[in-house]
Write a protein that binds this ligand. Structure first.
Ligand code: AVI
Length: 304
């Protein structure tokens, strides 16, 4: 597995200066992301939570008896609580997340709230093969992947990841949140909030590298730049140099000229049909989709 240092060297030396958005999420990045989720402009979280609340009894009924629920990229376990409250028949819950301390802290309160549910945290990069607790005898695995995090994968990576989930959930199902294509002005506002939290979240990638890898750079020398690219149907987030910049990482120097940005994130938006097509290619059978009235966000039930 490549490290942050290797990936940052590759991004700074490579032709398109692109790095994985997973490096946003150190402790400070994770707490900035939690603030993003509460911003008035950032509609995905509250829209998805409303859909989960509205349909939770149906989701619980679809899971059936003795299911094992697996949440990919579980984080603070906020959304899954909406499902657990309606699913007393669950056999077990396995939240998967790369950040061990964060996940264990979130599990502490869940263990207290649900003393009879087997909760087994799995500390792992959920995009790669990992070991899950045994599926229950006669029960199915139900995957839960909310937040439209699938949008942060390029289409080819999304397909590879969905294929991995299809195999892991064989015979069960996946409940997945997917952000939808909409008026670019709404998308633009969601990634350029008035309080500048998304800007700090983006800039935190370099701060994270400074703290963890000793990256030397001018912290005032970069701007947050996010826009909707309609042909690729994705938001792109970049860090744009304000003038000529020099970054120094572990003895190597990387000059950047104005206009030569560091591409930190893509957030793909789908239509219901394009997402279902992707799911089919991965081997799932799309069964039901729920959206809000404005059709801003969707939740898909895919049979594995
Ligand atoms: C985690 N992910 C789905 C968020 C998104 O909307 O793509 C990350 C994010 N980036 C900026 N704001 C939120």
């Amino acid at each position: 597995m490549s490290s942050f240092a290797e990936d940052l060297h590759a991004a700074l030396a490579g032709p398109d200066h692109s790095i994985s958005p997973k490096y946003f999420y150190d402790a400070q990045g994770s707490s900035l992301f939690e603030r993003i989720c509460e911003l008035p402009e950032y509609y995905p979280t509250r829209t998805e939570l409303a859909l989960l609340d509205q349909h939770a009894p149906e989701f619980a009924a679809r899971m059936g008896q003795s299911a094992q629920l697996i949440e990919y990229g579980a984080g603070a376990l906020v959304k899954v609580r909406r499902l657990l409250a309606h699913a007393p028949q669950l056999h077990s819950f396995a939240p998967v997340d790369i950040s061990g301390p964060h996940l264990l802290a979130a599990c502490e309160s869940l263990w207290r709230e649900y003393p009879h549910l087997r909760i087994t945290p799995v500390i792992a990069d959920f995009t790669r093969a990992h070991r899950l607790p045994e599926a229950p005898e006669g029960g199915r695995r139900i995957g839960f992947f909310p937040g439209s995090s699938i949008g942060n994968f390029d289409p080819q990576e999304a397909l590879t990841f969905l294929k991995l989930l299809r195999t892991e959930l064989d015979g069960g199902a996946l409940l997945i949140g997917v952000d939808l294509i909409k008026d670019p002005a709404l998308l633009h506002a969601a990634y350029n909030d008035a309080q500048g939290v998304t800007a700090r979240f983006n800039l935190n990638l370099l701060r994270h590298a400074q703290r963890e890898l000793g990256l030397e750079y001018d912290a005032q020398g970069f701007d947050h730049y996010a826009f909707y690219e309609p042909r690729r149907q994705r938001i792109e987030m970049h860090l744009l140099p304000r003038g000529p910049q020099m970054l120094q990482l572990q003895g190597r120097r990387y000059p950047l000229v104005p206009g030569q940005s560091l591409h930190t994130e893509s957030s793909y938006k789908y239509s219901v049909e394009t997402f279902q097509q992707l799911a089919r290619e991965a081997g799932f059978v799309p069964q039901t989709v729920w959206t809000d009235d404005a059709k801003w966000f969707s939740l898909h039930w895919l049979a594995a």
